[in-house]
Design a protein around this ligand. Structure first.
Ligand SMILES: Nc1nc2c(c(=O)[nH]1)N[C@H]1C(S)=C(S)[C@@H](COP(=O)(O)OP(=O)(O)OC[C@H]3O[C@@H](n4cnc5c(=O)[nH]c(N)nc54)[C@H](O)[C@@H]3O)O[C@H]1N2
Ligand SMILES: Nc1nc2c(c(=O)[nH]1)N[C@H]1C(S)=C(S)[C@@H](COP(=O)(O)OP(=O)(O)OC[C@H]3O[C@@H](n4cnc5c(=O)[nH]c(N)nc54)[C@H](O)[C@@H]3O)O[C@H]1N2
Ligand SMILES: [Mo]
Length: 571
């Protein structure tokens, strides 16, 4: 994020784009509500009438998959109506003339069919965003989970640059990232192309720095992104093939797209290691399972989505009979066994090594984290007066070598798999408030399970339900070219008739049986938000209910959560 989460409250306009904070990040959503109370205007861009849409001044209920057409059209209006910050553009950016040419094509009238948004609403959104004086964009998976994702982010950046909404308090762009520590995973270099602190593995000086610090020879080759693993197992030559897969805090057999393909690849990999705090679906393919402690059983540092480092502290001992180690102890022992002795006594030693090697984190010492609680990088000085950086690009100085922001001129492109005769509906997948990602954590909580349990819901417009003759709570079959699953029908007029929505944590209503592994070429994120599907009525509901129960028990037994009954006795 270019700005701090706390700054949301002070924005005068929030442009909430493909982000459902009320379900995904209720604490961030509180900030949106407070901003509204302080007088901020809100534009919500989402194909569903989500909670933010209900409190918004303008809800743009665009057609799924039309993001960049809408964004380019908003830019068109800003230019056409003379609402640009010409001084900011002239002093702090490059490429505006080329962008103007591209934007000229995107009249609101010309994108009305693609976006299903009225030209008047596009003009209103453009005026509101460009004239508030302090506009902040918040975006989420409704942007990222498309084959054209990074380009939409660039399109949103164009809007912020052309209106000078960067480098001040309460403006900027906020990718409100997923988990509590997904930003931390990237900060620590859990990426195929970088060491900790976004230092690229292909740069010789950086390679030399880490070789010296660690006393080893390091490769300068970029690694393989998670979502390309099936390709490297199933379709690559012998010498490029993946043979061992060390899965750490991830459940690809539940959360990756096209699960049939994922299962095939997990079965073909010679060695699968799973390091987790619970059994998950990938565990069923694991040769070795390394059980680790949970967040309240160990110390560490998390990075919030807004670059804020915060310490976490151990509050309880793991159960005496649990035979678990902390993640860092497991990694240290594996490394030592492989032949690179790794010895730390505590997380502070690890953290000190991190900040020593990462100039942008250098000043974020444990001492300061204790004193100030939250330090947002960059924090480059150890001096106690450097408390980190709430917003980036101060005074229009951007992180490119020439200090300038770059406009990107990119055309909208349709999603990969469009609706057709056999699969006439759009399947979009998202989140619900009561369960978390692959549900190892929330699914092991009986209270949450009592509130919501298998097989999960498929949200459908009431008119569609009528046409298919299915009612609230009935089990239906959802199919795509790649597979099928069973879920309960949830009629809701918050969604349009053309698209149905599922959440991805259910084992029986597993929407990733259906999703397509079409990846954004830059981020490698799959197109979870768009594929073609069909919903079928199930005539024999009693059979279907029994199927769900039996299947649930089967899965729980195979994961060791429920004991197997052998000859009438639990074994
Ligand atoms: N309770 C709970 N909270 C979670 C999680 C969870 O599983 N459960 N997961 C966490 C994780 S990993 C993440 S990444 C975050 C994600 O949090 P969000 O970014 O909120 O993610 P989603 O709910 O997947 O999608 C956001 C919105 O995108 C909309 N959308 C779909 N298609 C389009 C489109 O074409 N254009 C636009 N503009 N919008 C579209 C959907 O309708 C949805 O409302 O949540 C985190 N928080
Ligand atoms: N269809 C569809 N699929 C999606 C998405 C979608 O919107 N639609 N969203 C995608 C997104 S944005 C994300 S981020 C992924 C999330 O998917 P995953 O990352 O696979 O799921 P999580 O539930 O976040 O956690 C993965 C594992 O980490 C374990 N874990 C938790 N804490 C610890 C710990 O401290 N140490 C260790 N070693 N393990 C731990 C959990 O038990 C769990 O098994 O799903 C993706 N999949
Ligand atoms: Mo995520």
């Amino acid at each position: 994020m270019s700005n701090g989460v706390h700054e949301i409250e002070d924005a005068k306009l929030l442009f909430v784009f493909g982000y459902n904070g009320a379900d995904s990040h209720p604490i961030v959503a509180r900030r949106i509500v407070r901003a509204k109370r302080k007088g901020a205007q809100i534009i919500c861009v989402d194909p569903r009438r989500i909670e933010t849409a209900r409190i918004a001044d303008l809800h743009i209920q665009l057609r799924n998959g039309s993001n960049l057409a809408l964004v380019n059209s908003i830019a068109h209006v800003i230019i056409e109506e003379g609402l640009c910050d010409d001084k900011f553009i002239a002093e702090h950016s490059l490429g505006f003339d080329e962008f103007k040419e591209l934007a000229a094509k995107y009249t609101p009238e010309s994108v009305a069919e693609i976006t299903q948004v009225s030209p008047e609403d596009i003009r209103r959104a453009a005026r509101m965003y460009a004239t508030s004086g302090q506009s902040m964009i918040l975006y989420g998976m409704g942007v990222c989970q498309f084959a054209q994702a990074v380009n939409v982010v660039k399109g949103l950046a164009n809007l912020a640059i052309m209106t000078g909404n960067f480098g001040r308090w309460g403006v900027g762009i906020g990718p409100v990232r997923g988990q509590n520590n997904v930003q931390g995973a990237c900060d620590m270099g859990a990426l195929p192309n970088s060491y900790p602190g976004y230092q690229n593995v292909t740069v010789p000086e950086i390679q030399a720095k880490f070789e010296k610090a660690w006393g080893v020879a390091l490769s300068n080759k970029v690694g393989i992104p998670l979502t390309q693993v099936p390709h490297y197992v199933l379709h690559e030559s012998e010498e490029k093939k993946i043979r061992a897969y060390y899965v750490f805090g991830e459940d690809p057999a539940q959360s990756d797209p096209d699960l049939a393909e994922v299962r095939e690849s997990l079965s073909k990999i010679e060695l699968v290691i799973l390091q987790d705090i619970y059994m998950n679906r990938t565990g069923q393919y694991a040769d070795v399972i390394l059980p680790s402690t949970g967040w309240n059983e160990h110390d560490g540092v998390f990075s919030c989505c807004d670059r804020g480092f915060q310490r976490i502290r151990k509050v309880i001992e793991p159960p005496a009979d649990a035979d678990v180690l902390t993640d860092w102890e497991i990694i240290s022992r594996i490394s030592t066994a492989i032949g690179y002795p790794m010895k730390y006594d505590n997380t502070e030693q690890i953290w000190n090594e991190v900040i020593e090697l990462c100039p942008g984190f250098y000043g974020a010492t444990y001492e300061k984290l204790d004193k100030y609680v939250n330090i947002q990088w960059p924090c480059r000085s150890r001096d106690l007066s450097d408390k980190g950086t709430s917003f980036l690009h101060k005074d229009g100085h951007f992180a490119n070598p020439d200090g300038k922001a770059k406009f990107s001129s990119i055309d909208w492109q349709p999603p990969t798999e469009l609706e057709n005769d056999e699969y006439p509906l759009i399947l979009s997948t998202a989140r619900e408030v009561g369960h978390y990602s692959v549900r190892t954590m929330s699914g092991n909580c009986r209270l949450l399970r009592n509130l919501e349990d298998e097989p999960g819901w498929v949200q459908m417009n009431p008119e569609l339900c009528d046409e298919l003759g299915v009612k609230h709570g009935e089990l239906v079959k959802v199919l795509s070219k790649r597979g099928h699953c069973v879920a309960r029908c949830l009629p809701t007029d918050r969604v349009k008739k053309q698209a149905v929505y599922m959440t991805y944590q259910w084992w029986i209503g597993a929407c990733n049986e259906l999703t397509i592994a079409s990846l954004d070429p830059i981020s490698n994120t799959p197109e979870y938000k768009y594929c073609a599907c069909r919903v079928e009525k199930i005539a024999d509901q009693a059979w279907a209910e029994k199927y769900v129960q039996d299947e649930y028990l089967n899965i729980r037994q195979s994961m060791g959560i429920e004991l197997k009954k052998i000859g009438g006795r639990a074994a």
